[in-house]
Design a protein around this ligand. Structure first.
Ligand code: RIB
Ligand code: CA
Length: 309
């Protein structure tokens, strides 16, 4: 049985690779893609999503334009990581397809209502679009199976010591999602920092098809430009882990924890407060990722990317 999914993204190098993994995997039925501002501005994340789907030969998947900024705050982008285009590295063709006319909130609601099976949402950027969907169309919850989001960190952040980028950009949206009552899986930095892709993986992909070569060229830039150093060479392909976990939940070990979002200003902004040791009376409502079967993850990603044109 295939899992119907919607991917909400801000491509972004790792978002782009996550999209390619999703459309290359028969376990998933990608009903729609929506775009949000985050890694770069909305016009660029939308162009990039269209370009990536065309590259994969999947231009029939509808793309809906979402939010140009957070629910309440000023937009923060990450061009220092993803470059001016949001996908610096490869030569990018301008898309020949267009997004749908309807705004993401309305369009995603129509897709969810029309699905015969409950839909899994996979947000890989700031959670603004998902929050807006739940606020505008609360009845969609009846046909949402779960939300598996890339975001947050049980311990150390990446945009501040306290916060991971997606949550930092729109803490209020993350608060709407975390308190939605829906089944939630948090793919945070503890697990995505184990998903390091670098030169070795780029060389395995280069020349293995148009899409695989595109990913190799994305990795060339992403690794060289990544501002962090990790336990091993390479850069974390954060968003890909969220898609991989929906394809094969056994890839990620999770623990059910209580989660709260710090929506204050200052040092705590955007912190995902994960009660891993159950020291509060919070109802544990989120499956938080902590472990990754790295080789199985890497093998899956490379195998699927090589299946694309
Ligand atoms: O912190 C990592 C997240 O921020 C990823 O989704 C990456 O694409 C950026 O959006
Ligand atoms: Ca992202």
């Amino acid at each position: 049985m295939t899992t119907p999914v919607i991917i909400d993204c801000d491509p972004g190098h790792d978002d782009a690779i996550a999209l390619l993994l999703a459309v290359a995997s028969s376990e998933l039925d990608v009903l729609a893609v929506s775009t949000v501002a985050g890694n770069t501005t909305l016009d660029k994340t939308t162009r990039n999503a269209l370009t990536v789907l065309e590259l994969a030969g999947r231009a029939e998947i509808p793309v809906a334009i979402g939010a140009a900024g957070p629910l309440e705050r000023e937009l923060v982008i990450a061009e220092y990581v993803h470059g001016e285009s949001g996908l610096d590295g490869p030569v990018l063709d301008e898309p020949t397809t267009n997004p749908v006319d309807a705004p993401a909130s309305e369009f995603l609601a129509s897709i969810i209502h029309a699905s015969p099976d409950p839909v899994t949402l996979i947000p890989t950027g700031p959670l603004t679009n998902i929050a807006q969907l739940l606020l505008d169309h609360p009845d969609t919850k009846e046909n949402i199976a779960s939300i598996t989001f890339m975001g947050g960190a049980a311990e150390i952040g990446n945009v501040t010591p306290n916060a991971e980028f997606n949550i930092y950009v729109d803490p209020e949206a993350a608060e709407v999602v975390s308190s939605s009552g829906l089944p939630l899986t948090m793919i945070g930095l503890e697990v995505t920092h184990q998903a390091l892709f670098g030169e070795r993986e780029a060389e395995a992909l280069r020349g293995r098809g148009r899409a695989a070569t595109f990913v190799a060229e994305l990795l060339d830039f992403f690794v060289a430009n990544h501002p962090r150093t990790y336990a091993a060479p390479g850069a974390p392909v954060h968003d890909v882990v969220a898609v991989a976990q929906v394809i094969d939940p056994a890839l990620v070990t999770t623990e059910r924890c209580g989660l709260r979002i710090d929506t204050s200003e200052g040092l705590g902004r955007g912190r995902t407060v994960v009660d891993r040791w159950h020291v509060t009376d919070w109802e544990p409502q989120v499956d938080v990722g902590f472990g990754l079967r790295r080789k199985a993850f890497s093998d899956l990603l490379i195998e699927r990317l090589e299946m694309l044109p």
